[in-house]
Design a protein around this ligand. Structure first.
Ligand code: 7TS
Length: 409
């Protein structure tokens, strides 16, 4: 299927914005949803809405089967070895907070080190700042190379025998950099540390194999991979999860409740307190089926092609700076840029008038903005439904923006 045919499977893309056909270039913030995902959610609410794991009635059994079926789809999608290792969460932020609070607070002590990188999203910074504050551990940053990549020599220089946790993003939501998380995990393990991977921007776009990466935890968000908002997952190695305490207590996650003591369900349910995100999980399962039918290899290839095409076209615009690796093979379909003298919010506003949706701001990565020495940037991000035509429209609208502002000043 070519991207023009794929585009038709996403109902929202068939509309005009400000009198122009919508060009959606903000998938790193959230992706659009294909009709099959919307329909799967609708079928659940129209046909078998029921709580899971409790009733013996027919609808309850159907809902439980669909919810647990979605867990198996996530397991297979990232190649975890068992469903016990897949916990449904609200998304990457909740997954990372779960690791920080449950594993971090119990296993990190004063004087220990937690290592992250300069390019992390706030969701992979603040939970570790909190653990460091509460335990007296030291938070250390892996520096970046000039081109916005991480060198393994810098990882080796930062990780020591005092390091207990290394947590790095797989793909940067700003620079598009694909980080060598498998190699970083090996360095972490040499020092007896665990490896956490923020997979928010990788899972939607490239084939993830958590066993091959040999990471200890892996966080993902459904809404960035064609699924609804409010659902995501945390993968954790079984031997680690077994020794961790839940962070939410209440219904669903218990085995026996006494007046003063209670016991928990087995994995993964001990981490899923309360009525779970049933419709969201079913939507995520449908999204995984959809992505697998198109093929992650095809999606990755298409995005590399679009990134290379966009970098080539955009670099012809004088005064436009693109951040991150120049080599498109080292990056995913995210292009962050600034247009000389024009504030990124103004760039995004003019593009919006042409029906083009890009994001402007600090992209929840303020330390990285500081490293880039900018307060904000504009960002175009691609997914399987974007086309070369979308990029041509972006480029001509950027040229228009530049001309408009050079007349104003
Ligand atoms: N980690 C990375 C690398 C991200 O890109 C994001 C969201 C998150 C974590 C948090 O994910 P959530 O689903 O829990 O919110 N990134 C962005 C973005 O780049 N623009 O909007 C959200």
């Amino acid at each position: 299927m070519n991207p023009y045919e794929i585009r038709k499977l996403f109902p929202i893309l068939n509309q005009e914005v400000n009198g122009q056909p919508l060009v959606y270039l903000d998938s790193a913030a959230t992706s659009q949803k294909p009709a099959v995902v919307i329909e799967a959610i609708e079928q659940y609410y129209r046909g078998y809405n029921s709580n899971v794991h409790r009733g013996v009635h027919t609808l309850g059994t159907k809902a439980t089967d669909a919810y647990e079926g979605a867990r198996e789809k996530v397991r297979k999608f990232i190649n975890a070895s068992s469903i016990e290792e897949i916990i449904f969460t609200r998304g990457t932020t909740t997954s990372l907070n779960t690791v920080a609070r449950s594993y971090g607070l119990a296993n990190v002590q004063e004087g220990d080190e937690i290592v992250i990188s300069y390019m992390e999203h706030h969701s992979n910074i603040i939970p570790w700042q909190q653990v460091a504050k509460q335990t007296g551990a030291v938070l250390k940053y892996i520096p970046l190379q000039e081109d916005g990549t991480i060198s393994l020599d810098d990882v080796r220089a930062t990780v020591t025998n005092a390091t207990k946790i290394v947590s790095v993003m797989h793909v940067s939501n700003v620079l598009g950099t694909i980080n060598p998380v498998k190699e970083i995990a090996a360095i972490a393990h040499e020092h007896g540390a665990i490896m956490v991977v923020d997979g928010a921007q990788s899972t939607p776009h490239l084939k993830v194999d958590v066993q091959d990466l040999d990471c200890d935890f892996f966080a993902l968000s459904g809404h960035k991979m064609a699924a609804p908002t409010g659902i995501g997952a945390l993968y954790g190695k079984k031997e680690l999860l077994e020794n961790m305490e839940p962070i939410e207590f209440g219904g669903e996650m218990i085995d026996f409740v006494g007046l003063y003591e209670s016991t928990w369900k087995e994995l993964p349910w001990k981490f899923e307190g309360g009525t779970p995100i049933i419709a969201g999980a079913i939507g995520l399962g449908a999204a995984i089926d959809f992505l697998e039918e198109i093929g992650l290899d095809n999606i990755e290839r298409h995005e590399h092609h679009l990134a290379a095409y966009a970098m080539e076209k955009m670099s012809t615009i004088e005064g436009l700076t693109i951040y991150g690796p120049k080599d498109s093979a080292k990056r995913a379909g995210v292009i962050t840029f600034n247009l000389e003298d024009v504030h990124p919010h103004d760039v995004a506003t003019v593009l919006d008038a042409d029906g083009i949706a890009v994001r402007a701001g600090h992209h929840c990565a303020q330390p990285l903005m500081k490293w880039l020495d900018v307060s904000a940037t504009a960002r175009a991000s691609f997914y399987l439904y974007n086309t070369e035509e979308d990029i041509d429209k972006l480029v001509s609208s950027l040229i228009k923006t530049k001309e408009y502002f050079s007349n104003v000043f």
